[in-house]
Design a protein around this ligand. Structure first.
Ligand SMILES: NC(=O)C1=CN([C@@H]2O[C@H](COP(=O)(O)OP(=O)(O)OC[C@H]3O[C@@H](n4cnc5c(N)ncnc54)[C@H](O)[C@@H]3O)[C@@H](O)[C@H]2O)C=CC1
Ligand SMILES: O=C(O)C(=O)Cc1ccc(O)cc1
Length: 360
């Protein structure tokens, strides 16, 4: 166990996905964690899973982390500031400006509050979805304001670094605009695409490959949470959605009149635009570097994936990332493995020599 920066105790209010994950991560570092939740069941489950112990009278936390839904976050932050007069208080809600404005309007003690937002999550909420390593290598935004001193804010830096995340400082406005683009609008696009599947014939849905799965993954998210997130960040979301609607209209117009001069070129340019956009996404470890991939066919038998990993290891190659695709009823799955470009050719040869079928 490496030494923690935080001295603790850390009080976590709201022990669903985020709260339980923070508790598990801090406990793994030996930090004392105190848990509280409006739901006694969530509290008991989080404690049973090892995320910390239930709060007791007389607890004096160093830091309070509020991990409740966005619509009650300002309320809970305000009462935690009042109940813990020596603690620094933060929250992890997915929107920052509305909560900050709400706290200003309430006259809360902003010299002890600093909002944050870890850019890590899952589709499924609740304490049982919690993971100690949820934040490792992920950006964690600190929504900076001038009311808190650097010295007092440093305990929040410690929290972020203890959980293995990377600290990114933005204003609440900058944060909300940025997440509208990289998280909130993608949620809407994913949801609307997934809605197209509702009435589709079975035969069509059964053909689903990785493309539709990639585009619709976050459509499985909790509607209640997202009504709150989108409602609290509607202005930047609307602006981006309007641009997206214009792009869609242009695309449709070009497809409708394919024989018009330049129509195919317009479509090609839109598709090239997508290539350019996706290249801008940072790769693993936040570095803008792309890995080479190869697709290996894996028989649907026990132990085959383990054998593949062993063979990659025996070839002296580090597996940078992995994606599995398996269609219901198929006898083979496809394992797309990502490696450094310089080892791709050698690994392809070595795996083929060991009898693996390489699909691409
Ligand atoms: N789900 C995700 O992927 C991410 C969520 N967030 C933010 O984290 C926060 C929590 O989200 P999740 O952990 O996903 O939700 P969750 O639904 O898994 O957990 C929320 C917890 O808060 C408790 N709670 C609700 N009202 C409360 C109150 N007034 N006092 C005390 N406890 C209360 C609930 O009982 C529940 O255990 C939200 O503000 C969300 O915007 C941030 C990053 C990612
Ligand atoms: O799963 C993903 O890709 C996410 O983007 C999860 C997520 C959901 C909500 C947030 O506020 C931050 C991250």
């Amino acid at each position: 166990m490496s030494e923690a920066r935080l001295t603790g105790p850390v009080r976590i209010v709201g022990v669903g996905l985020l709260g339980a994950s923070i508790g598990l991560g801090l406990r793994a570092k030996g930090v004392e964690v105190i848990l509280a939740d409006a739901s006694p069941t969530h509290l008991a489950i989080a404690a049973d899973y090892g995320a910390g112990r239930p709060a007791a009278p007389g607890d004096v936390p160093q830091l309070v982390v509020v991990c409740v839904p966005p619509d009650v976050t300002a309320d809970v932050v305000a009462s935690e500031l009042a109940a813990n007069p020596t603690a620094i208080v933060t929250d992890v809600a997915s929107v920052k400006l509305a909560i900050y404005d709400d706290l200003v309007a309430r006259g809360a003690d902003l010299s002890r509050y600093l909002g944050t937002h870890p850019m890590a999550g899952r589709e499924l909420g609740g304490p049982m979805s919690g993971r100690a390593d949820l934040f490792v290598g992920r950006p964690w935004v600190v929504a900076a304001h001038e009311g808190i001193s650097y010295r007092d804010a440093s305990v929040i830096d410690d929290l972020i670094l203890d959980l293995g995340a990377t600290l990114v400082e933005l204003t609440p406005e900058q944060h909300d605009r940025a997440v509208a683009l990289v998280s909130h609008v993608p949620q809407v696009v994913s949801t609307l695409m997934a809605r197209r599947l509702i009435d589709a014939p079975h035969a069509s849905v059964n053909l689903a490959g990785q493309g539709i799965r990639d585009v619709t993954r976050v459509a499985a998210s909790d509607p209640e949470l997202w009504v709150q997130i989108l409602g609290q960040n509607s202005a930047p979301v609307i602006e981006i959605l309007r641009g997206y609607r214009d792009d869609l209209d242009r695309f449709i117009d070009a497809l409708v009149d394919l024989e018009a001069p330049g129509a195919r070129r317009r479509i090609a340019e839109e598709l090239f635009g997508g290539n350019t956009g996706v290249e801008r996404l940072p790769g693993k470890h936040g570095v803008d570097r792309r890995y080479a991939s190869l697709i290996v066919m894996v028989d649907d038998r026990p132990g085959q994936l383990a054998r593949l990993f062993n063979d990659v290891g025996d070839a002296g190659v580090n597996l940078e990332d992995l994606r599995l695709e398996h269609s219901p009823g198929a006898q083979v799955g496809l394992a797309e493995i990502f490696v450094l470009p310089e080892v791709q050719e050698r690994l392809t040869d070595e795996l083929a020599a060991r009898g693996w079928r390489i699909a691409g």
